[in-house]
Ligand binder design. Structure first.
Ligand code: ZN
Length: 67
């Protein structure tokens, strides 16, 4: 068994309230009421989780609304 890359919430660093291990990976639910991130994949890296969460705005992404 590999160590989960992100055992705790990538946003608030809190422990998961619930973890679901399935064929697609290990999904964990944040139990922190004050946290905007509900679900993350413990098999992904911290950076990947933050990108997937879509709640973290990178400074360099601002002003690029030309699509
Ligand atoms: Zn959290």
């Amino acid at each position: 068994m590999a160590e989960p890359l992100t055992p705790n919430c990538p946003l608030c660093s809190g422990p998961p309230a619930m973890v679901i291990g399935g064929a697609l990976g290990t999904q964990a639910f944040c139990g922190n009421d004050g946290c905007t991130l509900l679900l993350w994949d413990r098999s992904l890296s911290l950076d990947d989780n933050l990108l997937n969460a879509g709640v973290v705005k990178l400074p360099q992404a601002e002003g690029g609304d030309g699509a």
